[in-house]
Ligand binder design. Structure first.
Ligand SMILES: [Zn+2]
Length: 289
């Protein structure tokens, strides 16, 4: 593990899980109608339970960015996350990407999700992650809404070029997106390969060798910063139903290497020091001017 500059405790990296069902991912939004969601087999409680067990094996604390839709239907799961000492934060209501909303729709989405999460978990929600990292140069107004709603931080930016998302020129480390607000944005960690930025979490971690993520985390720790890693509960579920109608590209991305994922996660969690994203934000914010 990377030690801090003072040679003391290792730098805590942010461990995060985007809690959503197997059918709520952006890749399937054109082939699965939201109105059909309640009729589909729910696997989020069992899968997130397995994630909680995996973290407990390593004594690792994490942040669970959870859909309000999930919290409303699975309040027991939210309490289990809180009781284990993890942070519950918001991933919006039903995975609608922020750049498809106007300000009033986004405000309502934030409020509805937070109410469900706070009712279920009994704790204040102060962090937010946009579905599919959907805050970029098109919708910087979203930060104003988050600040107005009293959020302490967002982790909604991916400083990469990707076909579904990305803000390639965004800062790699924590920044304050607004002049007149303490709101902190903590972008997810990217690996620098030459002049290319590669995401390290989610499908990238599942599909590529985990050594790439190790290198990225060591790189940012050497720079004196925390890494932020993310994945989804459905990624450790090889038995999830298959969506045959989805485009081949989406199916290849979604279903590849699901069986190997839990083992890879055990290794990654064991090799670095991890903590809740709110704790990481507090440390990174103290480094900002
Ligand atoms: Zn998501």
């Amino acid at each position: 593990m990377q030690r801090s500059a003072a040679g003391g405790a290792p730098i805590l990296n942010g461990l995060s899980v985007d809690v959503e069902e197997w059918f709520q991912v952006g890749a399937f939004e054109r082939v699965i109608d939201k109105r059909d969601w309640d009729g589909l087999a729910s696997r989020v409680e069992a899968n997130t339970g397995a994630v909680l067990d995996l973290f407990a094996d390593h004594g690792a604390k994490a942040t669970f960015f959870t859909l309000g839709w999930v919290a409303q239907r699975h309040p027991r799961l939210i309490r289990r996350i809180v009781d284990a000492g993890h942070e519950v934060a918001s991933h919006g209501w039903d995975h609608q990407r922020v750049f498809t909303m106007d300000t009033s729709t986004f405000r309502a989405d934030l409020k509805r999700a937070r109410t469900a999460l706070e009712d279920a978990g009994g704790q204040a929600v102060t962090g937010y992650r946009a579905p599919s990292f959907s805050i970029d140069t098109r919708n910087l107004w979203a930060f104003n809404e988050l600040a107005e709603a009293g959020y302490a931080y967002s982790s909604s930016v991916a400083p990469v070029r990707h076909d579904h998302y990305g803000w390639p020129d965004a800062p790699r480390y924590a920044f304050r997106p607004l002049r007149d607000s303490p709101l902190v944005e903590l972008p997810v960690t990217v690996a620098k390969l030459g002049d290319r930025h590669l995401a390290t979490g989610g499908g990238f971690f599942r599909l590529l060798p985990s050594a790439l993520t190790d290198v990225a985390i060591r790189q940012v720790n050497c720079d004196g910063h925390a890494g932020i890693f993310y994945f989804h509960p459905w990624e450790i579920d090889p038995d999830q139903p298959r969506v045959a109608a989805a485009p081949l590209r989406s199916r290849l991305r979604h279903y590849s290497r699901l069986k190997a994922m839990a083992g890879k996660l055990h290794g990654l969690v064991a090799r670095h020091a991890w903590g809740r994203v709110d704790a990481v934000v507090a440390r990174e914010a103290a480094l900002l001017p």
